[in-house]
Ligand binder design. Structure first.
Ligand SMILES: *Cc1c(COP(=O)(O)O)cnc(C)c1O
Length: 405
């Protein structure tokens, strides 16, 4: 068969891809810092970072250098061997967090899958084979494997796939009484996002997280923080748990960890890892030298007081402009978040138009939704104030045009 003209357009997606996404009408082909360009050469300010992933922007020169260097050395070895980049990265994670042990995987879901399996494994080995109950929260998001959609608190992601993983309960977020009413000696873990990302950029309040820690201590349950989205500098701390000064038993992180290269990590303590035996869990790609070398460079850049302070400053700057915009447009009922993870909650009359608004602003700026009524901003942590101003000016003009129609 003679191949037709090799022209790739957005229409090609509809012809050959599994139709589980509805991507934008343009195809980005190039990125630099906080700007991306499409096939026609149009530019967009990127306030999404590929869903909080490209935390150092596009094509960061240090990341280009390290990926080039490591790609000339060794890419992949499997876990029949260990490798230097993985060990260096693990050491750094251990040195800077509560953790004493690290497991690497490739995606947020896989890190969470490992965390959930580990918490059940630990509780069964250490206490009883009835201790398998997991408490999670409504509107939470933990990934798309069957275990992680079962734990996630959004039915739209878990329905129609047959039996879910059993013994998982969902209660209201930020509601300690609700947790108290379902926890018992058979609870093995409580899983929480410190800021619900996908579920609407909703921060957990301090008393809630403190209360979860106390409950876990009382019932010998493990506290799992899902920092897949909030970790690696996104909120102005290396990990968001530092804001709360509450220590989990297991923490997962992914998105920003590789700055755009797939890698995730599950962090935990010796108390838990002591019971682990060789072979109980694993992954082929996880912790490969290429991914770990890149993540180590991202880590070195992000784990810097000055860098993290700037994230907080730029977050404030972003909030300030959003408030100004809202004074003029009056479309948001609340603006919330931490650092550079920001959610602007639409007023009821605009909620039904959220997808039209997003479509309209996508002519000049890339933003995300979170849940069905929140516009989510997760720009590069290296975005400049000028780029924030330019992007939000575009957002303002395009939104203004849309709502005045
Ligand atoms: C994105 C996300 C996940 C899933 O990560 P994947 O890499 O898509 O598997 C899990 N938890 C949270 C909080 C997330 O934001």
């Amino acid at each position: 068969m003679i191949l037709k003209k090799n022209i790739i357009t957005r229409k090609t997606f509809d012809e050959v891809m599994l139709p589980i996404y509805h991507p934008a009408s343009f195809i980005p082909v190039k990125g630099l810092g906080s700007r991306i360009w499409d096939q026609e050469g149009r530019d967009y300010i990127d306030f999404a970072s590929g869903i909080a992933v490209t935390a150092l922007g596009h094509c960061h020169p240090d990341l280009i250098k390290i990926i080039t260097k490591q790609s000339c050395m060794i890419w992949h070895t499997s876990n029949l061997f260990t490798n230097e980049p993985a060990l260096r990265l693990a050491k750094k994670l251990v040195d800077t967090t509560f953790a004493e042990r690290v497991f690497f995987a490739n995606s947020g879901a896989e890190a969470n899958e490992a965390a959930f399996k580990l918490s059940r494994y630990y509780s069964i080995k250490r206490f009883s084979n009835k201790k398998t109950k997991i408490i999670a929260f409504k509107q939470s998001f933990h990934g798309r494997t069957l275990f992680t959609v079962s734990v996630g608190g959004q039915k739209k992601y878990s329905n129609n796939f047959g039996p879910k993983v059993p013994d998982i309960l969902h209660v209201n977020f930020n509601d300690l009484n609700a947790v108290q009413s379902v926890v018992d000696k058979n609870t093995c873990a409580i899983v929480v996002e410190l800021i619900q990302g996908e579920g609407g950029v909703r921060p957990a309040n301090f008393q809630f997280i403190k209360g979860l820690r106390d409950i876990c201590n009382k019932y010998n349950a493990l506290l799992i923080f899902d920092e897949v989205q909030s970790g690696m500098g996104r909120t102005g701390k290396l990990f968001a748990y530092e804001h709360y000064k509450i220590i989990p038993d297991i923490l997962t992180t992914a998105k920003a960890l590789g700055g755009g290269f797939p890698i995730s990590a599950m962090l935990t303590t010796n108390k838990i890892s002591e019971l682990v035996e060789i072979g109980i869990h694993g992954t082929t790609y996880g912790g490969n030298p290429l991914a770990c070398a890149i993540a180590e460079k991202v880590f070195d850049i992000v784990n810097n007081k000055n860098f993290l302070q700037k994230v907080i400053d730029k977050g404030h700057f972003f909030f300030k402009i959003l408030y100004k915009i809202n004074k003029k447009l009056k479309i948001f009922q609340e603006i919330r978040g931490k650092g550079l993870l920001i959610g602007a909650v639409l007023k009821p009359k605009y909620i039904i138009k959220i997808h039209d608004i997003l479509k309209e602003v996508s002519k000049g700026v890339v933003v995300l939704s979170a849940g069905n009524k929140v516009i989510r901003f997760a720009p590069s942590l290296l975005i400049t104030k000028e780029e924030i101003e330019e992007g939000l000016e575009r957002f303002f003009q395009l939104t203004k045009e849309f709502i005045s129609r």
